[in-house]
Design a protein around this ligand. Structure first.
Ligand code: PMP
Length: 393
């Protein structure tokens, strides 16, 4: 079977139109945007046009939009460099990506006070009756816009509205939202926001940190005047041009893509319900983007199921941290307080507008067959017994 890719939340293919927009900036328009000659001016214009377009599409100002190597850098930069006291009071969602969670834990070891918000079974942080009500002021609030493992949207604007007065800075990782949901930087009420191009069919290695006007943020890198000294280093012009083109296309077709992907998700889940029962969907579908769905297959260890599906030609993800060959149940699903079997048998499937109905129908069939073989090892000829594998965890 032709391999099926249902891992678009991990990375998405570069669209041909995006590759085409980037092409001249690798070749004939190769100038350094910092150079004072015509080649440099041409490159500078491309960078500033892209910055303007991206800012416009995210409802930010161009001078609030700083290119980075991706969202890992943007998240680390914001958390390490917002003007916070050493013992700052920070409240964060426990559902954050490691590029947010780990810097926060690192800063916590150095004195920052870290509190986590409670999470509902539905996969969203709670807005009411949390530590935010008890604290009189918060130096930094950190909540992502869409969770990368479940697709559940988080109440970022609601939190900003409710606690705006007492929260000094609000950082939002909008990586899985940009290009899929409207991301309106100013309306969200956050101080900084990160995005990454390869999640919306742009190139890898480019992203941006939006920084609200008037916010003092130290550069992470030093040694150049580029991007007003906030992020020194020669700008990767082709990647920046590609990011702008990809976001423009994603925004232009956002609703049409959303509807297509929502139909795919329904078709996929209907088929799984019928042929791979029992299954559990982790996260509230009504509050999720349809591009990501997290499903548990009780009785099937997630890592083994993932490997079998890969052998059968289906690429998806566990969304869990694998270390030294053992599967650590996802901290995101753990925070949702799911039962152990559900935690350990969860897989993430993620779709794009390029995914077809034929693909999701075949994928559901492959999953049903693989799940059935794992659940009934004795009745499946040629299926190696679980006992021959290393135990999990
Ligand atoms: N945040 C989230 C929510 C993500 O899903 C990812 C990518 N997995 C990142 C941050 C990191 O983005 P990048 O690959 O651009 O470093």
């Amino acid at each position: 079977m032709t391999p099926i890719y249902l891992d678009y939340a991990s990375t998405a293919t570069l669209l041909p139109e995006v590759a085409e927009a980037m092409r001249p900036y690798w070749t004939e328009r190769f100038g350094n945007p910092a150079s004072a000659h015509s080649f440099g001016r041409q490159a500078r214009r491309a960078v500033e046009d892209a910055r303007e377009l991206i800012a416009h599409l995210l409802d930010a100002f161009p001078d609030e939009t700083v290119f980075t190597s991706g969202a890992t850098e943007a998240n680390n930069w914001a958390l390490a460099s917002l003007p916070l006291p050493k013992d700052a009071i920070v409240v964060a969602s426990p559902l954050e990506h490691p590029s947010v969670d780990e810097p926060l834990r690192f800063l916590h070891k150095r004195g920052l006070q870290l509190h986590h918000l409670p999470v509902t079974h539905d996969g969203s942080v709670a807005v009411a009756d949390t530590i935010l009500d008890k604290l009189s002021s918060v130096d930094l609030l950190v909540v992502m816009l869409v969770n990368n493992e479940t697709g559940v949207t988080q109440p970022v604007a609601e939190l900003a509205q409710r606690f705006g007065e007492k929260v000094r800075h609000f950082h939002c990782d909008a990586v899985q939202a940009a290009g899929k949901l409207p991301v309106r930087f100013h309306d969200l009420g956050v101080t900084t926001l990160s995005v990454s191009a390869h999640k919306f069919h742009g190139p890898r290695g480019i992203g941006a940190l939006l920084i609200r006007r008037g916010t003092r943020i130290e550069p992470l890198l030093r040694g150049g005047h580029q991007q007003l000294g906030r992020r020194p280093g020669t700008e990767p012009v082709p990647l920046i041009v590609g990011m702008a083109k990809a976001l423009e296309l994603a925004e232009k077709h956002r609703e049409e893509h959303w509807n297509h992907v929502r139909n795919l998700r329904s078709c996929f889940l209907d088929r799984l319900q019928r042929s791979a029962s029992p299954i559990h969907v982790n996260g509230d579908l009504d509050r999720s983007i349809p591009h990501i769905v997290n499903v548990s297959f009780p009785g099937c260890p997630g890592d083994l199921l993932l490997a079998r599906l890969d052998l059968a030609g289906l690429a998806c993800s566990t969304g869990s941290a694998c270390s030294s060959g053992s599967l650590l149940p996802s901290p995101v699903l753990r925070a949702m307080n799911l039962a152990e079997d559900r935690l350990k048998s969860a897989l993430r499937f993620s779709f794009s507008h390029l995914t077809t109905e034929t693909e999701v129908v075949s994928a559901a069939q492959v999953i049903a067959d693989t799940v059935s073989a794992l659940r009934n090892p004795q009745t499946t000829p040629g299926n190696p017994s679980r006992t021959s594998r290393k135990p999990i965890e």
